[in-house]
Design a protein around this ligand. Structure first.
Ligand SMILES: Cc1cc2nc3c(=O)[nH]c(=O)nc-3n(C[C@H](O)[C@H](O)[C@H](O)COP(=O)(O)O)c2cc1C
Length: 284
C-alpha cells in the first residue's frame, strides 16, 4: 500500500524531477566546459609548451599581442644573385672554436647587431622567449669558468656515462675550459619559460625552447657573417648557478653558453666531415 502511495507521488512529481535532473546536468556540463577551457591540459610529448597556468575567467581572456589589422608584406633584402649558394659558402665556413685570441676584442656594436639579427627569429605566437646576456668583464667570465669547470669535473668523472665520454674523445674536450675566460665575449642565452604582459599578468610562452634554439641558429650565422668565431656549449648541471650569478629571474633557464671572439692564431679544430645532401634530404 505504502509502495503504491510512494510511486503515485513519484508519478505526480515527475516533471519537476526531470527538470531538476536536466538543470543539474546542464550545470555540470557548463562547469566541465569552463574547467576544460581554463585549466591547461598537458599534451603527451609536448614538454616545450607552457602548462600549469590557472586562468580565473575564461570569458575575460585577452591575447598577449594587440589585435590590429594586418599590414602589407614587404619582401626583405636578399643576397641574390646566388643568395642561397653564397649563404651556404658562408655557413660551411663556421666551425666550433675552442681557442680564442684574448687580445683582440670585437667591437660591442658587432655583437649587438648579431643579437639584433637573432631577435628577428620566429617564435611561438610571437612570444620572443629569449634573453641574451653578454658578458665582457673578466671577473664575471672567470666566475663563469670556475662554476663550469667545477661541474665539468663531476660531469666527466661521474655524471656522463662511459659511451658519452668516449664519443667526445675525437673532439679532445675535457673539464678545463680556457676559452671561457679567453673569449672576449660570453653570450649566455636563456629561454624564458613564461613572461609577463604589459598588464603584469603571466604570459604563456609556447615552444620557448624551439624558438630560442632557432634564434641561436640565426645568431651563429650572424657571427659568422661578421667574421667572428663561436663555440656552442651546454654545460651540464650549471644552469641554475649561472642564472643566479647573472641575477636572472626564475622564469629564465639557460639554454646555451656561447663563447665568441676571433679564433686564436694557432687554433686547431677536429677534422670533421659533414653529411652530404643526399643523406640529409628526402624528396617526395
Ligand atoms: C647543442 C650543442 C651542444 C654542444 N655542447 C658542447 C659543449 O658542451 N662543449 C663543446 O666543446 N662543444 C659543444 N658543442 C659543439 C659541438 O661539439 C660541435 O658543434 C660539433 O662537434 C661540430 O663541430 P663544428 O661546430 O665545428 O661543425 C655543442 C654543440 C651543440 C649544437
Amino acid at each position: 500500500m505504502e509502495e503504491l502511495f510512494n510511486s503515485s507521488k513519484l508519478l505526480k512529481h515527475w516533471p519537476s524531477i526531470l527538470l531538476g535532473l536536466l538543470l543539474a546536468l546542464t550545470f555540470k556540463y557548463i562547469k566541465e566546459y569552463r574547467r576544460k577551457r581554463s585549466k591547461n591540459v598537458k599534451l603527451a610529448g609536448e614538454e616545450d609548451i607552457a602548462v600549469d597556468f590557472p586562468l580565473e575567467d575564461p570569458d575575460a581572456l585577452q591575447p598577449a599581442l594587440e589585435e590590429k589589422p594586418h599590414v602589407p608584406f614587404v619582401q626583405g633584402e636578399n643576397l641574390n644573385p646566388d643568395g642561397a649558394r653564397r649563404f651556404y659558402e658562408l655557413a660551411r665556413g663556421r666551425r666550433s672554436v675552442r681557442a680564442f685570441n684574448a687580445e683582440r676584442k670585437p667591437p660591442i656594436n658587432i655583437i649587438e647587431d648579431c643579437i639584433r639579427a637573432a631577435g628577428t627569429a620566429p617564435s611561438g605566437a610571437h612570444t620572443e622567449p629569449w634573453t641574451f646576456c653578454v658578458v665582457q668583464q673578466l671577473a664575471v667570465k672567470q666566475a663563469v669558468r670556475q662554476l663550469v669547470e667545477q661541474e665539468e669535473h663531476i660531469n666527466y668523472s661521474t655524471r656522463m656515462h662511459a659511451q658519452w665520454v668516449t664519443d667526445l674523445r675525437p673532439l679532445q674536450t675535457n673539464a678545463i675550459k680556457p676559452y671561457l675566460s679567453d673569449a672576449p665575449y660570453l653570450i649566455l642565452i636563456f629561454k624564458q619559460t613564461y613572461g609577463t604582459t604589459a598588464q603584469g599578468r603571466k604570459k604563456l610562452h609556447y615552444y620557448h625552447e624551439i624558438s630560442t634554439s632557432i634564434a641561436c641558429g640565426v645568431l651563429l650565422c650572424a657571427l659568422q657573417a661578421a667574421g667572428l668565431s663561436s663555440l656552442v656549449t651546454t654545460p651540464l648541471n650549471c644552469g641554475p648557478a649561472l642564472r643566479r650569478l647573472l641575477e636572472r629571474p626564475a622564469n629564465e633557464k639557460l639554454l646555451i653558453l656561447l663563447a665568441v671572439g676571433y679564433a686564436a692564431e694557432d687554433c686547431k679544430v677536429p677534422d670533421l666531415q659533414r653529411k652530404c645532401l643526399q643523406d640529409i634530404m628526402v624528396k617526395y
